[in-house]
Design a protein around this ligand. Sequence first.
Ligand code: GAL
Length: 361
Amino acid sequence: MKLRIGLLLVCLVMSVALGLLLAQRGSGDVAASEDRKILIGLSMDETRGPRWKKDQEAFTKRVEELGGEVTVRVADSNDTQQIKDVEALITQRVGAMVIIPHDGAVMAKGVEMAAAEGIPTISYDRLITGTDKLDVYATFDNVKVGVLQANYLVDTLKAKGVKKPKIIRLLGSKTDNNAFLFKEGQDQVLMPLVAAGEIEIIHEDWCDNWEGVNAKRIVNAAITLHGHDIHGILASADVLSNGAVKALEEEGLTGKVLVTGQDADLVACQRIVAGTQDQTVYKPLPALARMAAEMAMKLATGKPLVVQAEIDNKAGMIPMAMAEIKNVTKENMMETIIADGFHPYDEVYKTVPENQRPPRP
Ligand code: GAL
């Protein structure tokens, strides 16, 4: 069932006055009861990358705290499987469904199947495009992720005095709308510099399914073509920096070529403090997962949602809720990742000798 934006006049007035969108589902046909907990469906693309397990854990915890129960399906990057997963969740009569699409365009069908059965849907982190039946999109500011990555790369290489840096760009999976948003943010920073001849993108490619092996293959190919004259690798996520750093290791280039990332994966944080990766973007996943869990429970019980923005998903304007993001480097590791308890101090600084670590919190 599709949300009605500004269903009541009073909602519209509030929206205008507060700059908020009040979204409400048609009816709440699932109610908590003694004998049946509210069941929330979670359809995931994959759980290979460490971030998605964190999302799943935090999401499930919050739904359970709110008295619900979560049923999870993982499609392993297979679109046919993900559609089957949605069918199975419909059969289980979930009260609301949260979808992390492998292919955002393909999953429009999943959203429409759920809507036809009166089940509201939330697109989680990645946008599902081409359907106006989607109830809400819960995400981070993905264009800003790309801006943070590219700004860090440009500013750091400039501070090091590198004239006209040569960079490789590792773009994400073409099936994921986020990959285009990260690129858009990076382009905002890079394209004026490319046009002015101040930076050179010597090689760039998309990494299918966000897999590190594909990132490594692309960096290997770039090194074969261009040799060691490379100053930076603009990797769109840590799962790609994993592959990039492996390729650099083979060439004895680790620590000599700047590497960016995203997700603050534990291995990436360890590389940052060890000096083999330079930056990542920290997206407090538990905050996003909790927000989505709360929205799912509200949708399942017909309660209104209040969100700050909306986004065009090529079929209509979809209500959108965004969580905050932060740039992370060696310098602010303690104030971000460690202070938030995102990863433990002992894990992050595992490979750094005791006397070279910052003081324990
Ligand atoms: C993106 C997501 C990133 C990253 C990537 C690979 O959609 O926004 O945080 O995890 O997928 O899984």
